[in-house]
Unconditional design. Structure first.
Length: 319
């Protein structure tokens, strides 16, 4: 079950807990309410079978009969999130919020959707309101991320630091803070933040790759080789990584190849890695004339050199 699904399910439980105490200005007959619940339960059954197409009209029918049936509206929000139809999810989340602006569950889902659809300021306002009443690492992380998106690095750093102080093992916040530290030239702090989280970092490529670069910068060669070996198994050529993370991954793989060659730990592995880099079209061609120069000092690589020269000759405009 995804983290988002767990959050929505938790929110739904919270809504159900207070539903019995919630009254509406409009009176609905018992028959309407019962029928609405029947439609909702039928929709739930279809959702359990992962058939959202059958469930969707039943949820709308339930809400048509009984608009205060918030369980049905939460189910629609989740359905649209699963489809990544964020605009429709936002419509339903806004209706939930209007029905009960003080309900934290609806506030949090609405904040998430505002952030996802690009309305950072409204998302930030809601998250700040939630954080004023709750001390939670995930809330502080979301606030830090929104500050970063709106180019307020000072506030972003403070929020990430609060998140890490609340939960040092909360990997998204630790990774985000580590990346800021690395960009500011502080690899030792990156290691302090992330070294104990290696087992969880594979699912957070930005933090994982930053830790590898920090190991290299600090001259921790055994740690660097061990960690980058694990990352190569997980990420390979990095085709699934985001654009900014992919750039750091290129640098990490290149540094691993150099370490293997320079320390003569494994010339064969180093050359194989270099060869893979080019076969993957993994690195930009610009600047590789200097790499050619470096490779000429590594023994037994005429085939690799010839391949690099061939690539450069095919891309003269990029040198």
């Amino acid at each position: 079950m995804s983290e988002l699904r767990m959050r929505i399910n938790g929110a739904l439980i919270a809504v159900m807990a207070v539903a019995a105490f919630t009254t509406s200005c409009v009176t609905y007959s018992d028959e309407q309410v019962d029928l609405a619940w029947s439609y909702y339960r039928a929709a739930e059954a279809w959702l359990e079978l992962e058939n959202s197409s059958e469930a969707e009209p039943l949820l709308f029918k339930a809400l048509e009969l009984y608009p205060d049936l918030e369980e049905a509206r939460f189910a629609l929000v989740e359905l649209y999130l699963e489809r990544e139809n964020f605009d429709e999810a936002l419509v339903q989340a806004e209706r939930l919020y209007l029905n009960d602006p003080g309900e934290p569950a609806s506030q949090e889902i609405l904040a998430y959707l505002y952030g996802t659809t690009g309305d950072s300021e409204r998302a930030l306002e809601l998250y700040l309101g939630l954080a004023s009443d709750q001390e939670r690492a995930d809330l502080e992380y979301n606030i830090g991320r929104l500050y970063q998106q709106t180019e307020r690095p000072g506030e972003s750093r403070l929020s990430y630091e609060r998140a890490v102080s609340l939960d040092p093992g909360f990997v998204p916040a630790a990774s985000a803070l580590a990346r800021m530290d690395y960009s500011e030239g502080n690899p030792s702090r990156v290691i302090l933040l992330l070294a104990d989280l290696e087992s969880q970092l594979i699912d957070f490529p930005g933090g994982a790759i930053t830790l590898a670069l920090a190991y290299a910068d600090e001259g921790l060669t055994p740690e660097f080789l061990s960690w980058t070996g694990a990352l190569l198994e997980a990420y390979a050529r990095g085709s699934d990584l985001s654009e900014d993370t992919h750039t750091d991954w290129k640098l990490t793989v290149l540094r691993r190849a150099r370490v293997l060659a320079e320390l003569a730990l494994d010339d064969t592995a180093a050359l194989a890695l270099y060869s893979s880099i080019f076969e993957w079209e993994f690195l930009d061609i610009q600047g590789w004339e200097s790499e050619l120069f470096y490779l000429s000092d590594v023994p037994s690589i005429p085939q690799t050199l010839a391949y690099i020269e061939e690539i450069i000759s095919r891309n003269p405009s990029e040198n």
